[in-house]
Design a protein around this ligand. Structure first.
Ligand code: ZN
Length: 587
């Protein structure tokens, strides 16, 4: 067994995927389901099979094993996925150079970021950090918070990191790091961040992959300078503080979204640990999907200024489009979350958070301020102001529920509202979840996949049946037979490896079909199915002989007709006998 197989057999794919996606066990089966992290959806079509150790999405048809999942979700190479899964499960990688150049680059970049974080922290704690420490103290950031969030300071000289890196990393690695930049004139590199307060940005596994740097000198532009996109840091995927917040998000069952690094630190320090921020960029689709993997409920707490409000509107629309339940926390005054916590205290913030209204009530409150709510017309105008947003809700039932709720909230006649929304667009029909394979064929395949005994008992006979050629999944069966006759030990991934994409899809959808099958029942089910197919086959054989006999009779070949009739009777006898035998065993 090679190392990858060894890792695979000692980790549970369900545990690994649960790090990213909330999964629910399906009844007493080995199947789990959740919302697909690879496409947008509101009802779960992503499934994980704990005994076959693979996943499949009925929506976007992605499928694979534990490594494939980690590769896709972390956007890393096979070697890195292998390393990551092994490390997280306490399995030591055999010492071996990375064969993959991308992985080698990323490993170097991770090391550089680790070094940079250490260097920055040292600067902040040292003599050069006096002014920055003063700034932080002025914003009530405690030494504990500085340590917890790994805050640091980049040296003003612009050559500190370059000196650290030059002897250890190649020019190519330096150039790709995002931490230093090539001089436009002459040769060599300079530090990208100079004299800035540094916020390390981590991936969900807790490794530093980038930095946000805040200007400390008044008037210095830009106020925030962030790491550029690198092989490590893909802005559209990363949420600040997610690695610290993810456990609290699961426990609290919601996430708080704020705008900046300082907001995260302020809110986190108020004991609200389920807080993240988009890293100085507008919220993206992918970030929303990452969030959704952890919770479907979100409280948006953005800066109250006009620019912030517009950003909030856009972000909220994205969140709603992805089917999240959005509440909006508006703190009033002109305080951002960090300042509010400092001015009013942690307890006050937590209370405001508890009471944050659902998005549509928050919108309705804004409408109330805009229109004269004492008149019917004014209330209707307020409702019309909200209507386009409500119209955007994709799910028809939810759209009606929200419309009714908002109508009540604004004091508008519900009937008027219903009329307004009954003209909504037709619903897209959800993708069929059923397998395309007929029931008996599906049952047989699942039985064979589930049990060694079933395979040993049934395959020798089954593989000789002509009925197989009529099977929708005949290629899957044939691959299974080939493995069996090669004397190969059955492994689900090996079977998959023998199939085309289309057949693999067929196999995956079959495995997650709603059939319940206990392993100890599998052999009986398989034998039952086999007998059914045998009966069908002999029935069709008898029918064909009968037709031939009739034809011979018509043609006047009496001798041939008699021979065929005798054959038919003989076959029919066999069929009846074997059916009786099956009924005796199975029913
Ligand atoms: Zn999907």
């Amino acid at each position: 067994m090679d190392f990858a197989e060894q890792v695979k057999s000692s980790v549970d794919i369900v545990k690994v995927i649960e790090e990213y996606v909330r999964l629910k066990k399906v009844g007493g089966s080995p199947r789990y389901s959740g919302l697909c992290p690879f496409h947008t959806e509101k009802t779960p079509s992503f499934s994980v099979h704990s005994s076959h150790q693979f996943y499949y999405c009925f929506g976007c048809h992605v499928t694979g094993d534990v490594f494939k999942f980690v590769m896709e979700i972390e956007r890393i190479s096979f070697f890195e996925a292998l390393k990551l899964v092994a490390e997280r499960n306490g399995i030591t990688m055999p010492k071996r150079e990375y064969a993959d150049p991308d992985a080698k680059l990323r490993a170097a970049l991770l090391e550089m970021h680790e070094i940079a974080a250490r260097v920055f922290q040292g600067n902040l704690a040292g003599p050069a950090g006096a002014q920055a420490r003063q700034y932080l103290a002025g914003r009530n950031v405690s030494p504990e918070q500085i340590a917890e969030f790994g805050l640091g300071l980049s040296e003003a000289s612009g050559s500190q990191l370059v000196r650290q890196f030059e002897s250890r990393f190649s020019g190519e690695q330096l150039e790709q790091s995002g931490l230093v930049a090539k001089r436009q004139e002459g040769t060599g590199f300079y530090d990208r961040f100079r004299g800035r307060l540094m916020f390390p940005i981590h991936n969900p596994a807790g490794k530093v992959i980038g930095f946000g740097g805040r200007a400390l000198r008044p008037g210095e532009e830009p106020k925030y300078l962030n790491s550029p996109e690198t092989a490590l840091y893909r802005k559209s995927y990363v949420l600040y503080n997610l690695h610290r917040a993810k456990e609290a998000i699961r426990n609290q069952e919601y996430v708080v979204l704020v705008e900046g690094y300082m907001d995260v630190i302020g809110v986190y320090s108020a004991g609200v640990h389920n807080v993240v921020a988009s890293c100085g960029t507008a919220l993206t689709n992918t970030q929303v999907r990452v969030l959704k993997g952890h919770s479907e409920r979100i409280v948006v707490n953005f800066d109250p200024d006009t620019a912030g409000a517009n950003a909030a509107e856009k972000s909220i629309q994205l969140l709603l489009d992805e089917g999240l339940r959005v509440r909006v926390l508006e703190l009033g005054g002109d305080l951002d979350p960090d300042e509010y916590v400092k001015a009013s205290g942690a307890e006050a913030y937590r209370q405001r958070l508890e009471k944050a209204p659902v998005y549509f009530h928050w919108l309705a409150d804004r409408a109330r301020r805009k229109f004269d709510m004492r008149t019917v017309e004014g209330r209707m105008d307020a409702f019309k102001f909200l209507a386009p947003r409500i119209q955007n809700i994709a799910d028809r039932l939810e759209r009606f529920a929200v419309a009714n709720d908002v109508a009540n909230y604004l004091g508008v006649d519900e009937k008027l509202i219903r009329d307004h929304f009954s003209k909504g667009a037709a619903e897209p029909t959800p993708a069929p979840r059923r397998s395309q394979i007929p029931a008996t064929e599906r049952l047989l395949l699942n039985a064979l996949l589930a049990s060694e005994d079933a395979r040993a008992r049934v395959i020798p006979e089954l593989s000789g049946l002509a009925a197989i050629n009529q099977f929708v999944s005949k290629n899957v069966f044939q691959a299974l037979f080939a493995m069996h006759s090669d004397g190969e030990e059955f492994r689900f991934s090996d079977l998959e490896g023998r199939l085309s994409d289309a057949d693999r899809d067929l196999l995956s959808s079959t495995v997650f079909a709603d059939d319940r099958l206990e392993e100890q029942m599998a052999q009986r089910v398989a034998v039952d199915c086999l007998e059914k197919f045998k009966t069908l086959e002999s029935e069709s054989e008898v029918a064909s002989i009968r037709a031939q006999a009739k034809a011979a009779e018509k043609a006047g070949d009496i001798q041939e007709a008699m021979r065929l009739n005798a054959l038919m009777t003989q076959r029919d006898e066999i069929r009846k006998r074997s059916r009786k035998a099956v009924e005796g065993v199975v029913h």
